[in-house]
Ligand binder design. Structure first.
Ligand SMILES: Nc1nc2c(ncn2[C@@H]2O[C@H](COP(=O)(O)OP(=O)(O)OP(=O)(O)O)[C@@H](O)[C@H]2O)c(=O)[nH]1
Length: 336
């Protein structure tokens, strides 16, 4: 299942709000009780198996956690039953450093109340914190038939956009996604949310585009290995399964890496032979119809490509060379 995305052109490549966030994308999960906020946070950032979310307790006060990876993502959650827009709360403390609010709607439940709350939140944010992106996750779509799922998604999206338009907020930065913790959609959607907060995104996309055209790569993703969030991809149209194929390939390689792996050097640290290239994992394999290429860029990032060529093995040396050039450019972009 792929995440359906609309209006995702908003706010691409901006820094998160607030000086204190120091480039760490900070996300805020909001939505009604039992909509699935803690589950999303647990599954994506704490590697919690989806089945274990059945035992999660209700969140009663604001919570914050962080995921240490290529970027230290900050994740906050506001309990659904409290109205944080009353004078009893200091909104500046809550929203000052937030880059994106992820509003979770349970698509299996009655959602009209949730939509009213969401509209209030969007209008409040648009007036007070206009730089915060609002990302609406129409969540738990796994339990719905394909037709019902699409109808529900369209209905939610249309109601919100119509209401915002009536209120004079035609250009509010709101995007919509279909998500579930039981498939890849929640990872893919969070990837999109985070990408919009990365100032380096346009540069990364153009580097990936040129790598793809030089090496006849069909689709290339730059993955955060630990969270399986992709921080950039080339800009060619995305096939529904591409993300899933590449993300599953990372799992296989990480499992093998854990079995036969070695301690990866920290950023700036010298390797035994002072040669990162020969000590990083590179693999090209045929998986079903496709050849997949994976190469570690550093301890946290991996480039995963679906090859477009019929027999890319013949040109592996050339591909390795070009990927090496890409890796050097990446090091310059992030200042490694
Ligand atoms: N079918 C399905 N169930 C889900 C999904 N995500 C979460 N759930 C279930 O929804 C229930 C509530 O999830 P929570 O993550 O606790 O919801 P919450 O929004 O954090 O709830 P509060 O802490 O009460 O505000 C749990 O039983 C989860 O297993 C999903 O994608 N699909």
């Amino acid at each position: 299942m792929s995440a359906e995305i609309s209006n995702s052109q908003f706010h691409t490549g901006r820094l998160p709000n607030g000086a204190k966030s120091r480039n760490r994308p900070k996300l805020m999960l909001m939505g009604q009780r039992r909509s699935g906020k803690s589950s999303i946070s647990g599954v994506v950032f704490q590697k919690m198996p989806p089945s274990e979310t059945l035992y999660l307790e209700t969140t009663t006060r604001p919570e914050e956690s962080s995921a240490h990876s290529f970027m230290d993502f900050q994740i906050a959650e506001l309990p659904g039953h409290v109205n944080y827009f009353t004078p009893d709360f200091n909104q500046a403390n809550i929203f000052a450093e937030i880059g994106a609010v992820i509003w979770v709607i349970d698509a299996q439940d009655q959602y009209l109340d949730a939509l009213n709350q969401l509209i209030d939140t969007i209008t409040y944010l648009a007036q007070t914190w206009p730089a915060i992106n609002v990302e609406v996750f129409v969540h738990k779509v796994d339990g719905l038939s394909e037709e019902y799922k699409n109808d529900t998604f369209r209905d939610i999206r249309q109601r919100i956009l119509d209401e915002l338009s009536d209120l004079g907020y035609d250009n509010a930065p709101v995007s919509f996604y279909q998500t579930s913790i039981y498939d890849h959609s929640v990872f893919e959607s969070i990837s999109k949310v985070i990408q919009k907060l990365l100032p380096q995104l346009p540069t990364l996309e153009s580097l990936l585009n040129s790598l793809c055209s030089t090496c006849r790569i069909q689709k290339a993703y730059l993955f955060d290995i630990i969270t399986k969030i992709y921080i950039a991809s080339d800009t060619s149209p995305q096939d529904t399964n591409s993300y899933e194929i590449c993300s599953d390939f990372i799992d296989v390689v990480v499992d093998i890496g854990e079995l036969y792996g070695w301690a990866r050097p920290q950023q700036g640290e010298k390797t035994e032979f002072n040669n990162h290239a020969c000590e990083s994992m590179v693999t090209m394999e045929k998986k079903g119809q496709n050849y997949l290429y994976l190469r570690e860029m550093n301890r946290y990032l991996a480039l995963v490509c679906i090859m477009g060529d019929d027999n890319p093995m013949e040109k592996k040396v050339l591909i390795d060379y070009n990927v090496g050039v890409f890796q050097e450019a990446l090091a310059k972009v992030f200042g490694w």
